[in-house]
Design a protein around this ligand. Structure first.
Ligand SMILES: [Zn+2]
Length: 446
């Protein structure tokens, strides 16, 4: 997760939560992805029995190299975000953006939108060279196949979304700060929760289709539906085919994936077209079983509650520290007081620092849920396909080859940044989990 801070992080969280929630394979470990078909076919023949995650020597070297770079890049990104926020304050751009916003309109909502737009665009432009570098590396390693115009379009849409949603949240935040200087952190948290939920709810209808094309799975791959319905029946959970979707990912990536998104009436399972193209039906069923796990075990709700609790702690920490920062440097930065728009980057600076700890907690919780979904996948497909463990192992070995997953990831990297367990651990689990012959009770599905 990129270290941008709260209102930003919060908006991004809600968007990225909705964009890539509870997916099968860590997208953050493997940004988008896609090996050339020659790499994909380098995966072992389906008959080979997998006992551990291995890579051919050339891919092994590439994977080690790339993942070392990714680790360094993540650490760098955090400090770079802090630097950019500091620069915006120190150069008094923030104060200037406030002056412009106040000059253009006397309406607070317009001021909030103008200030947020100027600030967000400045931040994004200073970040842009590194975003481009990241995408360039993904292309270099045959991980992304997206064209630059398409990539730029996604980038621009992301910025517009951030400015609109962020602008409204900033307007609310400063309205609350002005009315309640001592308890704004609590009221803002309270007000933002239904907004987050609303965004999460409409995301499958409004936000996700802005970036990718979706079709009902039944119209794209009708043969798959009866197979998947065997899994939902085994789970004792009715997921009608209208809630199963196909997503076109192949114009951006060769990586395979599936995810659960939305809640209530918008809750659905999405399978990427790359998954259907590259995986055997047994492997798709295992992926689907993993998503069913998230669905049945209520991971979306639990994840939202966990994030909401973390957000409260984070914003309280921000409230406790912001006075100190403003009394030290506010005059130099031409910030009048906390209720001045210009204080936003200062608040975000503090939230970014505390947010790094929150992100680690969030990742740890996510890895736990992902493991539960893996257990669920093994149990719910048991008896439906001949060997779920081997199907999953083949599936993840292929994903590891395409996304160049590290065969031996640095434990600090895993602890800080991985939102899914590392692929070697997951494959080891798949090939050894067998409570049925070990005389133990399955954990979730009987
Ligand atoms: Zn998952």
């Amino acid at each position: 997760m990129k270290a941008i801070s709260l209102v930003l992080l919060f908006v991004l969280c809600s968007i990225s939560l909705t964009a890539q929630p509870a997916n099968t394979k860590a997208v953050s470990q493997t940004p988008s992805a896609g090996a050339s078909s020659s790499q994909a076919s380098a995966s072992a023949p389906a008959s080979r029995r997998i006992t551990a995650y291995t890579l051919p020597p050339d891919l092994y070297q590439k994977a080690r190299h790339l993942n070392r770079m990714r680790f360094v890049y993540r650490i760098f990104s955090f400090f770079y975000a802090l630097f950019v926020l500091w620069l915006i304050l120190q150069a008094r751009w923030s104060a200037r953006f406030r002056d412009w916003a106040e000059r253009v309109s006397r309406f607070r909502i317009l001021q909030a939108l103008i200030f947020t737009a100027l600030f967000a665009i400045t931040f994004a432009l200073l970040q842009l060279p590194f975003d481009i570098l990241e995408e360039w590396v993904a292309k270099l390693y045959h991980i992304s196949v997206q064209t630059w115009p398409s990539w730029a379009g996604d980038w621009a849409k992301g910025q517009v979304l951030l400015i609109v949603v962020g602008g409204v949240l900033v307007w609310i935040l400063y309205a609350v700060i002005r009315r309640s200087p001592r308890h704004w952190w609590f009221y803002f948290w309270l007000i933002s929760l239904p907004i987050l939920l609303f965004l999460f709810f409409i995301s499958p209808f409004v936000i996700e289709p802005m970036f990718n094309q979706f079709e009902p799975l039944a119209s794209k791959d009708p043969q798959l539906i009866p197979l998947l319905e065997r899994v939902t029946r085994q789970a004792g959970e009715e997921i009608p085919p209208q809630r199963m979707f196909w997503m076109k990912a192949s114009d951006k990536t060769n990586f395979t994936n599936a995810y659960v998104t939305g809640f209530g009436a918008s809750k659905r399972i999405v399978i990427w077209d790359t998954t259907i193209a590259k995986e055997t039906p047994d492997e798709v069923i295992v992926d689907f079983g993993h998503e069913m796990g998230h669905y049945v075990l209520g991971h979306i709700w639990k994840g939202l509650l966990f994030s909401a609790a973390l957000f409260l702690a984070l914003i309280y920490a921000g409230y406790r520290s912001i006075d100190w920062l403003l009394s030290c440097c506010g005059t130099r930065w031409h910030i009048r007081s906390l209720d001045d728009w210009a204080s936003l980057p200062a608040l975000l600076l503090i939230l970014t620092v505390f947010g790094s700890a929150a992100a680690v907690a969030e990742n740890t919780f996510s890895r736990y849920q992902e493991h539960q979904a893996d257990v669920y996948a093994m149990e719910v497909t048991h008896g439906i396909i001949p060997d779920p463990g081997q199907a999953a192992a083949h599936d993840f070995e292929l994903a590891g080859e395409i996304g160049l997953s590290d065969p031996d990831p640095n434990p600090i990297n895993v602890f800080l940044f991985f939102d899914h367990p590392p692929i070697p651990d997951r494959i080891l689990f798949f090939v050894t989990y067998n409570p049925w012959i070990q005389g133990r009770k399955p954990q979730f599905v009987n």
